[in-house]
Design a protein around this ligand. Structure first.
Ligand SMILES: Cc1cc2nc3c(=O)[nH]c(=O)nc-3n(C[C@H](O)[C@H](O)[C@H](O)COP(=O)(O)O)c2cc1C
Length: 338
């Protein structure tokens, strides 16, 4: 695999490597951890609904650490005015991009008439994107499926994207499987409908000026590299949570050299430890902070003991940072070596 920077003289897209929005997972702590692993990745917040943002306490949803940048705020909603207002809040808070979720198939989201079911209302999606774009100075992007229910041909996806891009949206993230709006849970909708990466590749051919990011089932740097021969970027979801070190592999293999790319998992743990100490002082319990790092030593001997120690002890001793060193000792490799 040639190194990213040897491929062309053009600077790589800022979206060449993205980490997916994942509800309950990619909160600010998880994103901080992912930033340590992949210094140039583009990170996405979990989906925040316009209702939660406009009628709740925005700081609860929007606060983040500046180290997370570049970071996008993902919004869920279908009312152009509410989305414009929510996008403004996101831009004021310093998010680098506002993304609209048109991919979530959950019942709750459908009842609110947003997420994947919006694929059936292209002109409404275009109105939303336009209202958001007019409200902020940062890019407004779209994350969508390749179809919903019987709407599954490439042509219907192309027409949908065509309508969206007329609103000025220049970047689309394509989760390359369709969603069934009835009968499948969100989890099943992430595994059962088959992946059709060629739909994303064809979009890039049909809309060469559009930045196309492909998402779904990408697990390692080799797979990501193959997609990048066809599209501008890859977005990694579950693999970033289950096997986070792949983000460092991808950073190295796909992006120009970056001085802060970590050499070892242990160095990442040290840096995340300092972050945890600060967060504990602000009242965040350790059992919340450890969630994204459980997979850090995936594949190494002692991995299961590492995880068990973190989970069991952090629940009992939510402010005791030494749990991290204790758990690390379950991995037989000498400290600093992996
Ligand atoms: C726990 C979980 C929560 C998710 N929440 C969101 C979300 O808030 N917004 C969204 O657009 N997609 C969400 N997704 C979908 C992911 O962004 C991604 O599209 C999907 O997992 C496919 O990518 P992957 O195969 O790399 O995981 C979620 C996925 C998971 C596993």
């Amino acid at each position: 695999m040639p190194a990213a920077h040897q491929e062309s003289d053009k600077p790589p897209s800022p979206h060449r490597l993205c980490v997916a929005p994942m509800l309950d997972w990619t909160d600010r702590h998880c994103r901080y951890f992912h930033r340590l692993l992949a210094p140039s990745a583009f990170l996405y917040s979990e989906m925040i609904t316009t209702g939660a943002l406009l009628h709740g306490k925005p700081e609860r949803h929007l606060d983040f650490s500046s180290e997370e940048k570049p970071v996008a705020l993902q919004l869920g909603g279908s009312d152009p005015d509410a989305l414009a207002h929510a996008a403004q809040l996101g831009a004021q808070w310093g998010y680098n991009e506002i993304n609209l979720n048109v991919g979530c198939p959950s019942d709750r989201v459908q009842q609110g008439r947003f997420g994947a079911c919006l694929m059936k209302e292209p002109s409404l999606v275009a109105d939303c994107l336009q209202a958001m774009s007019e409200a902020v100075n940062v890019p407004v992007t779209l994350k969508t499926r390749i179809g919903v229910d019987e709407m599954e041909s490439y042509e219907s996806l192309r027409d949908f994207i065509d309508t969206c891009q007329r609103s000025g949206c220049r970047t689309v993230i394509i989760h390359a499987r369709k969603a069934w709006l009835q009968g499948l849970s969100p989890k099943q909708n992430r595994t059962i409908p088959p992946l059709k990466y060629d739909y994303a590749y064809r979009l890039k051919q049909d809309f060469p000026g559009l930045e196309v990011i492909v998402n779904g089932g990408i697990e390692n740097a080799d797979q990501a590299y193959k997609h990048l021969q066809h599209v501008d970027g890859v977005m990694i979801g579950r693999a970033a949570w289950n096997t986070p070190w792949v983000l460092t592999d991808m950073q190295r293999a796909l992006l120009p050299p970056h001085a802060h790319t970590p050499e070892t998992r242990d160095s990442v743990l040290q840096q995340y430890r300092s972050y945890c100490q600060r967060q504990i002082r602000h009242g965040t319990p350790l059992n919340w902070l450890i969630r994204p790092i459980l997979g850090l030593y995936h594949g190494l001997p002692g991995n299961r003991l590492w995880k068990n120690h973190l989970v069991s002890q952090a629940a009992r001793r939510p402010t005791d940072i030494t749990i991290l060193e204790e758990a690390r000792q379950k991995i037989p490799h000498p400290a600093g070596s992996v």
